[in-house]
Ligand binder design. Structure first.
Ligand SMILES: *Cc1c(COP(=O)(O)O)cnc(C)c1O
Length: 222
C-alpha cells in the first residue's frame, strides 16, 4: 500500500535531487524538513514509515502533545522548531527539539544559551532574518544579522549554524534567498534554512541546506 503522504514525499525528494544536480550541487547537502504542524499521528506515521526522520513544528505546545509518543516508536527522529519562541518556553523547547530556526533577539538567545547549559544539550541554531524588513514579521533586520551572530558567539558562547528566512508573500522568493545566502557569507555561517512548498527548488538552486516543506507533503492544513 502506498499512502498519499508517502508518494508526495517521494516526489519532493526527487525534485530536490533534480534541482541540486541541475546546478551541480550534491543533493546530500540539502536536508528536507517535513513540516507536520497541525497534523497528527495518522498523517505523520506514513511519512515516518517511508523513512523520513527530520520534522518541523512551529509551536512548542503542539509538538509536546504529539512527538513524545511518536518518538517512542521512532527514536531517531530529529525535531526542528521553525515557529516563534517565547523565552518562557525556552526550557521546554530545549528539552523537546534538536534545532531552533527562530533565534531573533538577545533575550531568546540568552534564554536558549542558559537552558542548553542547564540541560547539557546542544541544539543546532539558526538566526531568523526579516529579509523583507516587514513590520509585522519576526527576525533580525538584515543589516544587523552579522552583528547579532557575532554577539551570540562572543558574548553568549552560542554557536549559530546558519540563517533562516520567510520571504514576503508578494515578492520574488529568489531575491530573498540570494540575499540570505549573501548575509550568511558575511556572518560567517554556512547553513541556510529557506524554501517552502511553493519555492523549495528555487531555494535549493540558491544554496538552501534545509528546506521546510509542509503542505506539499501533508496536504492542505485545516
Ligand atoms: C508552515 C511553515 C512552513 C511550511 O509551509 P508550506 O507552505 O506548507 O510548505 C515552512 N516554514 C515555516 C516557518 C512555516 O511556519
Amino acid at each position: 500500500m502506498v499512502d498519499i503522504q508517502a508518494s508526495r514525499l517521494a516526489g519532493i525528494k526527487t525534485r530536490i535531487m533534480a534541482a541540486a544536480r541541475g546546478i551541480g550541487r550534491d543533493p546530500a547537502g540539502v536536508h528536507l524538513i517535513a513540516v507536520s504542524k497541525t497534523f497528527d499521528a495518522p498523517d505523520i506515521v506514513p511519512v515516518l514509515d517511508e523513512g523520513q526522520r527530520l520534522f518541523g513544528e512551529n509551536r512548542v505546545q503542539e509538538a509536546k502533545g504529539k512527538w513524545p509518543a511518536l518518538r517512542e516508536r521512532y527514536p531517531d527522529v530529529e525535531l526542528h522548531l521553525i515557529g516563534p519562541l517565547q523565552s518562557n518556553k525556552a526550557r521546554e523547547a530545549v528539552a523537546l527539539f534538536d534545532a531552533i530556526h527562530t533565534i531573533d533577539r538577545p533575550k531568546i538567545a540568552r534564554a536558549i544559551a542558559e537552558e542548553m547549559a542547564r540541560a547539557g544539550k546542544k541544539l543546532k541554531l539558526f538566526v531568523e532574518v526579516n529579509s523583507g524588513e516587514e513590520s509585522q514579521k519576526a527576525g533580525v533586520m538584515p543589516k544587523e544579522a552579522a552583528a547579532f551572530v557575532a554577539m551570540c558567539r562572543d558574548e553568549l558562547k552560542l554557536e549559530i549554524a546558519g540563517l533562516m528566512c520567510i520571504p514576503p508573500v508578494d515578492e520574488e522568493p529568489a531575491v530573498h534567498f540570494a540575499f540570505l545566502a549573501k548575509l550568511a557569507r558575511e556572518a560567517g555561517v554556512k547553513e541556510l534554512s529557506m524554501g517552502m512548498s511553493a519555492d523549495f527548488e528555487t531555494a535549493v538552486e540558491l544554496g538552501a541546506t534545509y528546506v521546510r516543506v509542509g503542505s506539499a507533503i501533508f496536504g492542505v492544513r485545516g
